[in-house]
Design a protein around this ligand. Structure first.
Ligand SMILES: NC(=O)c1ccc[n+]([C@@H]2O[C@H](COP(=O)([O-])OP(=O)(O)OC[C@H]3O[C@@H](n4cnc5c(N)ncnc54)[C@H](O)[C@@H]3O)[C@@H](O)[C@H]2O)c1
Length: 306
């Protein structure tokens, strides 16, 4: 890893991954990129639409990129509002990135998948090889991510890797329109002294993770010995599993004046289609995955930083 390109770098994960890579690997050039023209990320930054194949290839050539973290995507809730754009960006962008990787002889492409690959037919506590039955356009494009990543690895020898991230909690950059955004929004409201109306039922339990653990997972998987990996693009990683009520209660323990109400909307249907926990024993055994943050530590750290 000498020159890294991060796509979708202005987003919730990309903004923190870019900063961590620059801090942890000072000798590595990290080129951040996003379709946004209002980026506040440090240089080098390239305005780059991931569906633009030729521009993607010219950026890879210009910087002699050897590793791509492909994070540009339309998330689950936004994708249900506009399935066409979700398909164009998530499927089209993925194809463009993998093709560019193959044509420009990139060493490695990291493509995050999501718990959104699961669905109503998926059994409880799923492992990697299970029923994938996504009910959203986003989830369908994430199954494509896993399958196409595998295809480019076996057909063209491109080192493609990925993992199924759960809902992510962070304070640097607001989340980008996912179904688990309530677990972040509640903190922002509590820190601002505002009440919060949660868009899922209080008993909704979903897998979640604190951002520092997600960043470590992405980097640890990218730097793992390829020979140790049983899977390519479909590793489960789990850290936290709590209900919306449990989260609100933990915040209220620290901010007694915080008031939360529950008024489920369309996103409840998506939340109900996902498992409340996943089996991540393969990631733990194969590349040493181990989350650092439990729920109490997350609540303390979020409130301290907001
Ligand atoms: N945040 C989560 O909870 C979560 C959970 C599971 C998986 N993931 C996956 O991680 C990756 C990053 O997610 P995130 O939370 O940072 O998303 P985000 O929505 O916060 O950021 C995505 C970024 O992509 C950019 N983008 C959109 N269309 C683009 C295009 N055509 N070209 C270039 N950039 C474009 C957006 O401007 C945005 O900055 C995605 O693949 C997502 O599916 C995220």
């Amino acid at each position: 890893m000498e020159t890294v390109l991060v796509t979708g770098a202005c987003g919730q994960i990309g903004s923190e991954l870019t900063a961590t890579l620059r801090e942890r690997y000072p000798g590595v050039t990290v080129v951040s990129s996003d379709v946004r023209s209002d980026s506040t990320l440090a240089q080098p930054y390239e305005r780059l639409d991931v569906t633009d194949q030729s521009r993607l290839e010219s950026v890879i050539r210009e910087y002699d990129v050897d590793t791509v973290f492909h994070l540009a995507a339309i998330l689950s809730a936004t994708g249900e509002d506009d399935p066409q754009t979700a398909f164009d960006v998530n499927a089209g962008g993925l194809y463009a990135v993998l093709e560019a990787g193959r044509r420009e002889n990139v060493d490695q492409v990291i493509v995050p998948s999501s718990i959104a690959v699961f669905g109503p037919q998926t059994p409880a506590n799923p492992g990697e090889k299970t029923v994938l039955s996504p009910s959203t356009m986003y989830g369908i494009t994430k199954v494509l991510t896993e399958r196409l990543g595998e295809y480019y690895a076996s057909r063209y020898g491109l080192d493609v890797r990925g993992l199924r991230l759960p809902g992510l909690i962070s304070y640097e950059t607001p989340p980008g329109g996912g179904t688990t955004d309530y677990a972040v929004d509640a903190f922002y409201a509590a820190a601002a002294g505002e009440e919060y109306t949660c868009f899922v039922r209080p008993d909704t339990r979903l897998p979640m993770m604190y951002m520092p653990d997600a960043i470590s997972a992405l980097i640890d998987l990218a730097t793992a010995d390829e020979a140790d990996l049983r899977y390519r693009c479909e590793y489960n990683v789990s850290a936290l599993s709590f209900t919306a009520r449990e989260l609100v209660d933990r915040i209220e323990d620290r901010v007694p004046e915080f008031e939360a109400y529950f008024d489920p909307d369309d996103r409840q249907r998506i939340a109900d289609s996902w498992p409340d926990a996943v089996d991540d024993s393969a990631a733990r055994a194969d590349w040493g995955w181990e989350p650092e943050y439990g729920l109490e530590a997350v609540v303390d750290d979020m409130l301290a930083n907001l």
